[in-house]
Design a protein around this ligand. Structure first.
Ligand SMILES: [Cu+2]
Length: 356
């Protein structure tokens, strides 16, 4: 299999998706081998995942005060542990996560620049499911977190017409909108946090910032989700849900705004993980809606074909599609897995359920 070297070479590479602050030369460099209705009423236990072992991911508002505090403390613990990757710009264990999400948007494989291999590609949803699991694993193993993982019910907040008035943004949760000229986050558990990854592909010291933007809320409510879930095939669902600028995935990023709208640096805002667990839940709801086909339904390009074309990259046809045996990586923070291993959130490698 080809080796991946996250690029030092990108000048003004192609970027897609959410707004990008800039496209300066990358600093990340790592070498690794590419080895090889209610959802929740239904269970799909397999292998080592059993009813006794399954963990429940709870919507933030369903968490007790003690659970919320423990979750926020564990996240802050990751901000206070030393980095454990060699990705450039890392300063803390949390920044390892942020940096690896960026690194996979800037990939050189066998000396060929292939760019972003985690967005606008078929493996988007499985990779981000694996990435959410990676975050959970760090909270539990490095910060002794024993409580539930959590998610943000964006659909409910959008339907209620008060996305930015919800408890998510309160001073004893994730804090609210940015304030001042730099839109720095000044309240909540992550107030006054200095970031070191980004903006964009740059590394500098700047505040964790937000810029809540109401125009995107229209893509986050039940109408849009119903449209996306009406697709019978993964590709249609994925495009509607994740890929288009009118998608709930992009809307959640851009409604939160600030760092969350910077595709490279976005994982620096702890809301990223609440948002992507929500997106993961919607994918799971869709999968569970027709499990006989959708637990194995994977498709789409494995690479951004425009990036390959612009850079004159040629790859074997066998590598161009996202298939169940495609290998997902998180810069060795956890061992690689295949897409197949994360298709079922109760398939043994993963073992969780959403509370509703
Ligand atoms: Cu992402």
């Amino acid at each position: 299999m080809p080796s991946l070297v996250l690029s030092l070479l990108l000048g003004a590479g192609l970027v897609q998706g959410a707004a990008i602050a800039n496209a300066r030369p990358a600093h990340d460099s790592v070498t690794q081998s590419k080895a090889a209705t209610s959802t929740t009423a239904a269970t799909f236990f397999e292998g080592t995942c059993t009813a006794e072992k399954v963990t429940i991911r709870k919507e933030w508002r369903k968490m007790t005060r003690a659970e919320k505090d423990a979750y926020l403390e564990a996240e802050k613990c990751l901000f206070n542990l030393p980095a454990n990757t060699t990705l450039d710009g890392v300063t803390t264990r949390f920044s390892d996560l942020q940096a690896l999400h960026r690194a996979y948007q800037n990939v050189t494989q066998d000396s060929q620049f292939v760019g972003d291999i985690i967005h606008n590609v078929g493996q988007f949803l499985p990779w981000h499911r694996f990435y959410m699991h990676t975050h959970e694993t760090l909270l539990r193993e490095q910060c002794s977190y024993t409580g539930p993982m959590s998610w943000w019910d964006e659909e409910a907040d959008a339907n209620a017409g008060k996305l930015f008035q919800s408890e998510m943004w309160s001073a004893n949760s994730f804090g609210g909108n940015g304030t001042g000229a730099d839109l720095c986050l000044m309240d909540g558990a992550f107030a006054n946090t200095t970031m070191h990854i980004g903006p964009g592909l740059e590394d500098s010291s700047y505040c964790l910032y937000r810029d809540q933007t109401a125009e995107f809320v229209q893509y986050m409510g039940t109408d849009k989700l119903t449209e996306c879930k009406s697709h019978n095939d993964y590709y249609g669902f994925f495009n509607c849900m994740v890929d288009f600028n009118t998608s709930p995935h992009v809307a959640g990023h851009n409604a939160t705004g600030g760092m969350m709208s910077d595709i490279y640096a976005s994982a620096g805002d702890p809301m990223f993980f609440m948002h992507h667990n929500y997106i993961d839940r919607v994918w799971w709801q869709w999968q569970a809606g027709n499990s006989s086909s959708r637990l194995t339904d994977m498709s789409g390009n494995a690479y951004n074909m425009t990036t390959l074309e612009v850079n004159g990259v040629t790859l074997p046809a066998s590598e161009l599609n996202a298939t169940l045996d495609y290998v997902l990586q998180v810069a060795d923070v956890l061992p690689d897995v295949t897409i197949q291993e994360v298709m079922n959130i109760q398939g043994g490698y993963l073992c969780y359920e959403y509370d509703y």
